[in-house]
Design a protein around this ligand. Sequence first.
Ligand code: ADP
Ligand code: MG
Length: 705
Amino acid sequence: MPADSQPASREKPSPAAAPAAPGAGLSAVQRALRKLGLVRDIDFALYLPMRYEDETRVVRLSDVRDGEMAQIEVAVTSNEVVFRPRRQLIVTVDDGSDTCQLRFFNFYPSQQKQLAVGARVRVRGEVRGGFLGRTMMHPTVKAAGTELPEALTPVYSTIAGLAQPALRREVRSGLARARLDETLPAASDWQPAWDLRRSLNFLHYPAPDVAMATLEDHSHPAWQRIKAEELLAQQLSQMQARNERAAQRAPVLAREAGKESLAEQLLAVLPFALTGAQRRVGEEIGRDLAREVPMHRLLQGDVGSGKTVVAALAAALCIDAGHQCALMAPTEILASQHFGKLVDWLDPLLRSRGLRVAWLTGSQKKKERDEMSAAVESGEAALVIGTHAVISEKVRFKKLALAIIDEQHRFGVAQRLALRGKADAGLEPHLLMMSATPIPRTLAMSYYADLDVSTLDELPPGRTPVVTKLVADHRRDEVVERIQAQLQQGRQVYWVCPLIEESEAVDLRNATTTRDELADALGEAVGVGLLHSRMPTAEKQSVMAEFSAGRLHVLVSTTVIEVGVDVPNASLMVIEHAERFGLSQLHQLRGRVGRGAAASACVLLYSANEGGRVGEAARARLRAMAETSDGFEIARRDLEIRGPGEFLGARQSGAPLLRFADLATDTHLLDWARELAPRMLAEHPQLAQRHIDRWLGTRAEYLKA
Ligand code: ADP
Ligand code: MG
């Protein structure tokens, strides 16, 4: 085996990232470096500055205009600590052309000493004009007369415990050590003008005469090269994952002859006919399941588009073929809410075949769980529903062939591996992921190159669109009137409180206060419930059950109800501090109403910040909510407001994002990468592997997940 084919050992851990002695703990700096993902030399080399400082020149103070950043060399003429209006060090300096005051609010004795009268220092900062003469606030101070650097000084994004100068040193040495040999075969339409080594050296230490705008907008040839490399790595890794999957085998789920089909029976008991989109997607899934290559499909459909029925249909196809299906949701409350109906439909049909549905959750009593596990192991439980506990625990399936995951855009590595062990030896289960936060098709194609995507682009008939109203927070009273009007018609209401990320305790307090206030305002006859993520699962479930049964009329909650909850009698959704929510989250929340035949409304309460204004992006989000209720249009606007990196980031956890390239604007580079990647995998597999390893390293596994 040529050395070339062992990529994992190629990129060595950087000495900076390794403990001083084997077995020794990590230092604070090492821990900080790891947090930034800086482990191997190449990681340091690819850690690019967010901006630069120009320390290459010393200028005359008299040539500097107010408001400019400048580096000057000066003599200290006075130095005093004053206490009014607050304690500060004021130093006067003179460079022969003009004088200037340096001010420090926080300073060490060592700084005071460095700035003793008569000292010569090199000072860098923003020069401000002013009533009392020119000033620099908190400039950086160095000894004068040392050699000036030839390149701009990089400024890296850092975290607590890792000072900029230390990080700079680590990156510099990582860059010097990293192997930056060529991995791109000379091919395809676009030829990068710069090679990798030159590009990285330049981006860390640009020549001072560079057109700064080309670094900022990433249009510089060095940036083009880096972005092309990154996009290529992403495409290679996903195409590789797809190829690997093509070589894997899954159970072929074809209907066993001679039995009445569960799928047909299911369609007969449904109280409605499938939409065209549901039928089409059902067929797509049916075709996948009948193949011996594992299905790896994302089903996207707006809230309320009817994904659950499609899941039930897929499960029926699997069970018809004599196998087991696992159905999972991120939380217990969701699992029970989501799949309640599906169980109603399927369980009687299964019972008549001597089969059943099993529940598996973390909070289950041991006795019940043991009983369920036994049913799973014997194969009697043809359908197993629950949280991810279904696959991550020591549950043994008799014949698992299909795993369906709701409200998940992507399945994590650990979960995928757990799944692998659940099917028959040597076989991989089919995988269906369902997501209510659609990703625009073009983005899905390049971002999820390793997934097949099905889309429910049609809502079931008879829905009345939800009317969305923006209401300023000081008009809360009117909202209470609206609530009363709905309650009088026998309808129910959700009231969602904002998430305050720092503390669940604060969230709870806010939600509790709101509940109390609403209970006061609405009077005793109205049942106002509270749902919060801190509550024990059993309590959450009982509150949900009370609300579903109509015994609670108003449900105040934090965002626990965001996904999946289905109470068709609820006709009004109030979202407090709507300006703090993300667009797709608002859309998800709004999707909790308008599920029945009644006309429904969503009130977005917003409050302006201290300046009396709602931020630009927040305003764009609220406007989008008022203007459209189409999930795909919402996704498109969300993408526009946030840009692809953040957009996908909000939809992913654990998977790496593109750090440099932008799928929306770097289309020519993306086209190049998509064209080159399959050829590179076929003709230069070792270069391809090296390239993936260089860019994604251990994270490559995540992208494939
Ligand atoms: P989601 O895609 O958000 O998971 P659900 O599967 O919960 O949507 O479906 C939303 C509602 O629409 C449910 O009450 C479901 O029973 C109903 N539904 C699904 N498909 C149809 C259909 N073809 N015709 C009428 N109602 C449907
Ligand atoms: Mg759903």
